[in-house]
Design a protein around this ligand. Structure first.
Ligand SMILES: Cc1cc2nc3c(=O)[nH]c(=O)nc-3n(C[C@H](O)[C@H](O)[C@H](O)COP(=O)(O)OP(=O)(O)OC[C@H]3O[C@@H](n4cnc5c(N)ncnc54)[C@H](O)[C@@H]3O)c2cc1C
Length: 678
């Protein structure tokens, strides 16, 4: 559909990234061989497991893989396999997934009540399958602040990075932007690092040197095949609870439907410690809690949902980091790239806004102010700078709409008919290639203070809930946005960036041009280029880092157990109070691994196995340790039988783990050298 193409291309302009080193054999090929992944239609009507994980996303995959090392785990994912969809693996087709609004799409579009268009994943691997790939760890302060053990978190990051993270190459456009940011006073230059530190850096990516995406689904290679069942197209409708008298409700199973609509039930095996774990993301987890009866009592009763536990904080504290951009047409072709760079730091003070006031370059004059535009998702670069806002620089081929065809953004949203948008899209496709050259320079607010909420629209788990982020409702967020735009202006005017700007384009023209693009459903105002505050509000977009809804301390405890009920946890981005590392996926994957290790260790400890340090970040190391420690704590009476059983079990595990470990090391050594300091 023309609308979808138009929108997706516009959105893709904000998310292009880079190429990274190549693995020996593609994850896609390996993924196809997962023997434990099958379609939910092949599942029995009733089944039993030690753990049931809802949502095979960025957290759910590493979590399930880890738990499967010792337990029987069921992972239920409503979407299909990323290995069956060519668009997911291919960086250049990033926009194709976002623009696909069909029911089988790996991306499910939603529009927040604010009028900002957004996306959520619907595929095994979750957000890591449709995102822009930028990979950066959380700062040490964040890790400590949340209460995670720094050493174990680092080990978990490495476990993830061994499979999915790469160092990008840097092209001329990106190099110019980096220099422009340094020239603008954002320093020091930190080179390549996964760390979240002040200054300029080249961050990691989940795209390799061939532009192939590596996702959380790739982490399932760590799984014990006999310990895990992954069901695709398994749409969980609700969690079932045992509710008896005044006792705390206990989660005991889930109801899910396959693609044919057939209902299945999965229950927890009897046994202390078995649990259901929600990893359905910031949209899905609060929604499913509510659909299962855990949420604000009055809200649930208005939908006729039987109350299990009155929990008013479910769905509260929804945050989305607002993103704003300035489009910069470039006289010089820009390379295809994805998010590679960011800058975090404080820019020099005393910004001078030299606004050039001459005529636009001839080839773009016809589109410069009144047109609307979208991009071809082919080029992009990301730089970010300045705490507490970041500047994100993207280069992308841009397509602009001549004035006679659209002016979509200046037309009130309700009057933007499909026909008008189709005409605009058609006109765009006729434009000369030079009109598409250019890039967006973006800024994103770190840790926005504006907060919102999530509510049900209906009882259908397939439908999006209603979410409101209240962008810029807090004045501090607006102030940061304006400060960030000022840095962008400096980058545009820097010497380093000269080859990528038309000298006769004033910043005011660029602001006007960008404000005319249909990046959201909000009406525009005449003073967009005069008032940066108005510009921020009118052109607000998402960088898709929405989080919250099941906050630690309000909905779950520090062990991610849902407050007020038993045998239920939430482990995913919905638990975050702030987006870690500013780009969350690294930490979401880390969290899945970290909590999987922790849960295993604690259960074994509780079972009297004295397993204190058994599983570190590296499974090979973990099993080595377990082989030595466990023998000493087995009760004497059962010594012989237990020893024999455990010996063969651990031997088996150690061999498998060693082979996996050596395979990974071999892959990395062969392909990723020279890489990084980790
Ligand atoms: C377009 C886009 C670009 C982004 N770019 C970046 C980036 O460059 N860098 C970065 O760090 N982060 C980026 N992010 C953010 C990052 O990808 C997410 O924060 C992260 O993936 C969230 O992980 P999660 O585990 O919380 O949820 P998800 O990964 O969303 O996983 C939730 C899973 O649960 C499944 N599910 C939901 N409901 C049900 C149900 N009822 N039954 C069964 N399954 C269900 C979903 O299908 C999904 O697979 C981007 C996100 C998007 C959407």
């Amino acid at each position: 559909m023309a609308t979808d193409r138009l929108f997706s291309r516009a959105m893709a302009a904000f998310v292009v990234t880079s190429f990274f080193p190549l693995l020996c054999s593609s994850a896609q090929a390996r993924g196809m061989n997962y023997t434990f992944v099958k379609d939910a239609a092949r599942a029995p009507d009733v089944s039993y497991y030690d753990y049931i994980v809802i949502g095979g996303g960025t957290a759910g995959c590493p979590l399930s893989a880890t738990l499967s090392e010792r337990f029987r785990v069921l992972l239920l994912e409503r979407g299909g396999s990323p290995y069956d969809d060519e668009r997911i693996g291919d960086m250049t087709r990033f926009a194709d997934t976002l623009s696909d609004t069909s029911a089988g799409s790996p991306a499910q579009r939603f529009v927040s009540e604010d009028g900002v268009i957004n996306s959520r994943p619907r595929v095994l691997g979750g957000g890591s399958c449709i995102n822009a790939g930028f990979y950066t760890r959380a700062a040490d302060d964040y890790v400590r602040g949340v209460g995670w053990d720094l050493g174990k978190a680092t080990a978990a990051y490495r476990w993830v990075e061994d499979v999915v993270a790469f160092q990008p190459e840097v092209g001329p456009w990106q190099a110019a932007l980096q220099q422009g940011l340094l020239e603008s006073g954002v320093a020091p230059d930190n080179g390549f690092t996964y760390d979240h530190i002040e200054g300029t850096k080249v961050g990691g990516s989940i795209f390799d040197a061939d532009g192939r995406r590596h996702t959380a689904a790739d982490l399932l290679r760590y799984a014990r095949a006999d310990g895990l069942d992954v069901l695709l197209r398994a749409r969980v409708a609700k969690i079932l609870f045992n509710v008896r008298g005044n006792r705390r409700p206990v989660a005991r199973g889930v109801v899910f439907h396959d693609s044919a609509g057939r209902m299945h039930k999965a229950y927890l095996n009897a046994g202390h410690g078995n649990e259901i774990i929600l990893s359905a993301g910031a949209m899905g987890s609060p929604q499913l809690l509510m659909l299962s009866g855990v949420g604000p009592a009055d809200h649930l009763s208005s939908f006729g949902i039987t109350l299990v536990r009155d929990q008013p904080a479910v769905g509260q504290g929804m945050y989305d980091n607002p993103m704003n951009a300035i489009y910069v047409p470039s006289p010089t072709p820009v390379e295809v790239s994805l998010i590679q760079r960011r800058q975090l730091g404080r820019p020099a003070h005393g910004l001078q806004q030299r606004r050039r006031r001459s005529q636009a370059a001839p080839q773009l004059r016809h589109v410069r102010i009144r047109g609307s535009c979208h991009d071809h998702a082919s080029h992009m670069q990301l730089c970010k700078c300045a705490v507490p806002y970041k500047v994100t620089v993207l280069s992308t081929r841009l397509c602009c709409v001549p004035e006679q065809t659209g002016q979509l953004a200046t037309v009130p949203p309700k009057q933007r008919t499909p026909e008008a948008i189709a005409r605009a899209a058609e006109a765009m496709s006729q434009l000369n290639d030079t009109a598409f050259r250019g890039g967006f320079i973006l800024e994103k607010i770190i840790g926005p203070l504006s907060t919102g909420h999530l509510r049900l629209r209906n009882r259908n788990p397939d439908d999006n809930p209603a979410v409101t982020f209240n962008y810029f409702s807090h004045p501090e967020d607006l102030r940061r946005c304006v400060a960030g735009l000022s840095v962008i202006e400096r980058v545009i005017q820097s010497r380093a960036f000269e080859n990528f700007t038309y000298s006769d384009f004033s910043v005011e023209m660029l602001l006007n041009m960008t404000a005319s693009y249909p990046v959201n459903l909000l009406p525009r105002h005449d003073n967009d280029s005069k008032s940066l505050e108005q510009y921020c509000k009118d052109t607000v977009m998402t960088i898709w880092h929405y989080h919250g809804g099941c906050h630690v301390g309000r909905v779950v405890d520090t062990e991610y157990r849902v407050l007020g009920v038993d045998a239920l946890r939430v482990i995913d981005g919905s638990t975050f109070n702030a987006s870690p590392g500013t780009n969350p996926q690294a930490t979401v994957m880390m969290l899945g691994r970290y909590m999987g290790v922790k849960i295993q260790s604690e259960r074994l400890k509780a079972a009297g196995l004295g397993r204190k340090k058994l599983i570190a970040g590296d499974p090979y190391e973990g099993f080595k340790l377990s082989a030595t420690l466990q023998f000493s704590v087995v009760p004497a009476a059962k010594m012989q039988a237990t020893l024999q059983k455990r010996f063969w079990y651990m031997m088996n595990k150690s061999i498998i783990s060693s082979v996996m470990y050596l395979q990974r090391r071999c892959n990395k050594d062969k392909l990723l050298e020279p890489r990084n300091s980790y």
